[in-house]
Design a protein around this ligand. Structure first.
Ligand code: PLP
Length: 393
């Protein structure tokens, strides 16, 4: 059977091959350390689990309205008011099956065949594929490593054409952990306003910020920028709720309504039980969120200090998320490999450490490692990588 063109055009995930290999090695009994995790290693806070259980016992096991429970939308408007100082109506909020699905519906709702969407490199792997699935054309702009992998307003300006529909911003970023400052966002925002480019602001790592850094949503910077922006966020990373699949989009009511119509014909509604858990997550104590953030920050600092001692490895220090994105170009060359992809594969084979090659994120000189796993495990992985580098040099 011939498959549809739209799925044939999808780029296979570069992480899949390495994950499959890591799993095969594990099945053979090898002690494989995976540093590929894209989710917190903590359990969901217990009060959220209990609230979801209680809701089921009370009979909340049926469909909800398509865009989510009104009470949850209200809780989200409260969150946006408290954290971002932004006022939204519930008609400007949609609850979706994870932030990934908010993004998917958004692109389906706004992109026509041939519309361009600007995606800064390095990018989260699903952005280009989701844009292509909607008939759009990803236009890549390189965020230079010297500039902490961030694009500038100038870079953006030169990439805009008559076909440009939207810009995706992801701050803090997966895979780099970089965070845009308010000034950088202001300059980027001005260009978007001048050129009428919709800003898709993916703020899923908002709660994971380290050191002196502060998270700013571009929508906070002026009423005009709020109008021009769709905020994407959710509970997966902040509240360790990846499996619950709850995310949201906030912005222009017409766009939100179109997304809700779309979802009514695909998911119907995000899981009712998860929505009740999400209500407890937003309305209840935020202490576990801060505790997890502190644990990530401690790990990041320790892992970063160790990582930059590895021969041929340099790394931009992240301000957020739970990834490090070191440049391995020198190490790859010094150990006799020609690409990071081959190097990563050899490390897995010889030292049983699974890293994610940067090629999948549009940055072929880098590798992504996640510190969403215990500190001892990561340190052991770094010892193994060092042993590999020394042996091959
Ligand atoms: N956006 C980015 C940048 C991510 O890294 C992820 C998850 O890995 C998501 C969105 C999707 O999160 P969710 O679990 O809410 O779908």
């Amino acid at each position: 059977m011939k498959l549809a063109k739209r799925v044939e055009a999808l780029t296979p995930s570069t992480t899949l091959a390495i994950t499959a290999k890591a799993n095969a090695l594990k099945a053979e009994g090898h002690n494989v350390i995976g540093l590929g995790a894209g989710e917190p290693d903590f359990n969901t806070p217990i009060h959220i689990i209990e609230a979801a259980y209680q809701s089921m016992k009370e009979g909340h096991t049926k469909y909800t309205a398509s865009g989510g429970l009104l009470s949850l939308k209200k809780a989200i408007t409260n969150k946006l008011k408290e954290d971002q100082g932004l006022t939204y109506e519930t008609s400007e909020i949609i609850v979706s099956t994870g932030a990934k699905h908010s993004l998917y519906s958004l692109f389906q709702a706004i992109i026509d065949e041939g519309d361009e969407v600007i995606i800064p490199i390095p990018y989260w792997v699903s952005y280009p594929e989701q844009v292509k699935l909607a008939g759009g054309v990803p236009v890549y702009v390189e965020g230079k490593e010297e500039n902490q992998f961030k694009i500038t307003a100038e870079d953006l300006k030169t990439s805009i054409t008559k076909q440009t529909k939207a810009l995706i911003l992801n701050s803090p970023s997966n895979p780099t952990g970089s965070l845009y400052t308010a000034d950088e966002l202001k300059a980027i925002g001005e260009v978007c306003l001048q050129e009428d480019v919709l800003i898709v602001s993916d703020e899923i790592y908002e709660k994971l910020i380290y050191g002196e850094a502060k998270h700013t949503s571009i929508a906070e910077l002026s009423p005009e920028l709020k109008e021009q922006t769709i905020i994407i966020n959710g509970l997966s990373k902040s509240h360790a709720m990846t499996g619950w699949r709850i995310g949201f989009a906030a912005g222009n009511a017409k766009i939100i309504k179109a997304m809700t119509n779309l979802d009514s014909h695909s998911t119907s509604n995000p899981t009712t039980i998860s929505q009740h858990g999400a209500l407890a997550a937003y309305n209840g104590t935020q202490e576990p969120v801060e505790e997890m953030r502190q644990a990530f920050e401690e790990r990041m600092n320790k892992v970063y200090e160790r990582l930059i001692t590895l021969p041929g490895i340099s790394c931009v220090k992240p301000n957020g998320a739970f990834y490090l994105f070191p440049n391995a170009k020198e190490a790859v060359k010094n150990t006799g490999f020609s690409t990071v992809d081959e190097w990563v594969e050899a490390i897995l084979e010889e030292e049983k450490v699974a890293l994610v090659p940067g090629s999948g994120f549009g940055a072929p000189d880098n590798v992504r490692l996640s510190y969403a796993t215990s500190l001892d495990t990561i340190m052991e992985a770094l010892d193994r990588i060092e042993r590999f580098i020394v042996r091959h040099s």
